[in-house]
Design a binder for this molecule. Structure first.
Ligand code: ZN
Length: 180
């Protein structure tokens, strides 16, 4: 039956016609992901990577906290007992998050800040996990989990941004030139 069809020219041209239509439809479908990507770029989060891509740029601990909303053990973080002058950036995408002038020793075991450098660089989300009502703090650019914000902080804001050290990268302020 198959051989018979292939030897009839009219049927062959019909088959090629159908094949051509199918290929055109397929190539049209293959355009869809590109336009979808463009739409994602206009959303609040401008850094969108897959878990595999994040694993290539983050340490296992950073991946656990930033991408899987883990929490580093208290009093173990690099910036818990750390009070140098400078800025703290998102460890995943480099967005500016806090300045050292807002950092204080809360004694909770994690770096604590009473205000962000720019709150538009952060996303806030109600978090009901672990039987608690908390407000999760995320990086607005990449969606990375940073920590939580509580209302038991010091003046002037009364807020305590309790942030995992591994979610942060510290860059010291440029030292003022000493005049001889
Ligand atoms: Zn980020």
């Amino acid at each position: 039956m198959h051989k018979l069809i292939m030897h009839i020219p009219v049927v062959n041209s019909i088959l090629f016609g159908i094949l051509f239509i199918l290929m055109s439809a397929f190539s049209a479908c293959s355009q869809v992901p590109e336009s979808t990507n463009t739409e994602i770029k206009t959303n609040a989060m401008t850094v969108n990577k897959t878990d595999d891509e994040w694993r290539k740029t983050l340490t296992p601990m950073q991946f656990n906290v930033l991408r899987q909303k883990g929490t580093e053990r208290p009093f173990t973080g690099e910036y818990d007992d750390f009070f140098e002058e400078g800025d703290y950036y998102c460890a995943a995408c480099g967005t500016l998050l806090f300045h050292s002038s807002a950092k204080y020793n809360s004694g909770c075991g994690w770096p604590a800040f009473f205000e962000p450098s720019d709150s538009t660089n952060m996303l806030f989300k109600r978090d009901l996990s672990h039987g608690m009502i908390r407000t999760e703090v995320m990086c607005a650019r990449c969606g990375g989990h940073l920590g939580h914000v509580f209302d038991d902080g010091p003046k002037p804001t009364g807020l305590r941004y309790c942030i995992n050290s591994v979610s942060l990268i510290f860059k010291p302020s440029p030292k003022e030139e000493k005049h001889k």
